[in-house]
Design a protein around this ligand. Structure first.
Ligand code: 1GP
Length: 240
């Protein structure tokens, strides 16, 4: 329960958290050491590993390489049960509450449960809400679900609240990797005001201002994938 406790503690103390998301399929392996150095010099507090469609089977290798040089907690952010690695510290055990595809609501979770039970991973139940973001994203395509209307605050809030009532420990508002539009700040504000559990926000955040906007609106942890993947110096100009 260590990683979740730290997230809760940060929320209580109003310390904002930042995760760098690495997709094993998008790693340029001969640049990995340099990339890890940049993570070490960044304000990142967590490393997330995963993607909608990880095919490489190099999860273990990637996590081992990171662990050798970097002390940040490594959290799996899996697109499906094949992306489970015992080398990580924790897993976001996601349920795609925004959609109505039973595979992503409970099916994959059933397949993963026996594997997770045998692992030493810290399991963090997470209500995952995909928000419409101006273009189709990999999450929508792979999960065959429709994202939620970004203007329907009431429905998004009710969905997040249902997740909290079902026992989720985190709510993740997701615009999708490389989203044209990030999660709107009004939506972040409404959800953060109406659930007590920590709030993760990610997808389409491309600069320090975007990160700050999400924090100010009530995000407890922001996820940066594409922006850092494209530019390992992304965090240079970033002062929290
Ligand atoms: C995607 O929320 C994450 O699952 C991060 O998205 O790649 O757009 O930063 P980006």
């Amino acid at each position: 329960t260590e990683i979740y406790s730290q997230i809760l503690k940060a929320k209580v103390e109003n310390r904002k958290l930042l995760a760098v998301l690495l997709d094993p399929d998008k790693i340029i392996w001969d640049q990995l050491n340099h990339q890890i150095d940049r993570i070490n010099q960044s304000p990142a507090t967590h490393v997330f590993i995963g993607g909608s469609l990880v095919e490489s089977g190099r999860m273990d290798e990637l996590i081992e390489a990171i662990k050798q040089k970097c002390n940040l907690p490594i959290v799996l952010f899996p697109g499906n049960p094949s992306q489970i690695s015992n080398k990580a510290d924790a897993i976001l055990f996601l349920s795609l509450l925004s959609g109505r595809n039973p595979d992503y609501l409970i099916g994959h979770q059933v397949a993963a449960a026996p594997v997770l039970k045998k692992s030493s991973l810290e399991i963090i139940s997470t209500g995952y809400l995909l928000i419409e973001s101006g273009s189709e994203t990999a999450v929508a395509r792979v999960s065959k679900t429709r994202p939620m209307d970004r203007d329907n605050l009431e429905l998004v809030v009710a969905t997040a609240q249902a997740g909290e009532m079902l026992g989720n420990k985190l709510i993740y508002l997701e615009a999708g990797s490389g989203a044209r539009k990030a999660v709107p700040l009004q939506l972040i504000e409404s959800v953060s005001r109406n659930v007590a559990i920590p709030l993760i926000v990610g997808g389409g955040i491309m600069d320090a201002v975007g990160i700050q906007i999400a924090y100010n609106a009530g995000a407890d942890l922001v996820v940066i994938g594409t922006a850092f993947e494209k530019d390992f110096n992304f965090f240079n100009s970033y002062n929290q």
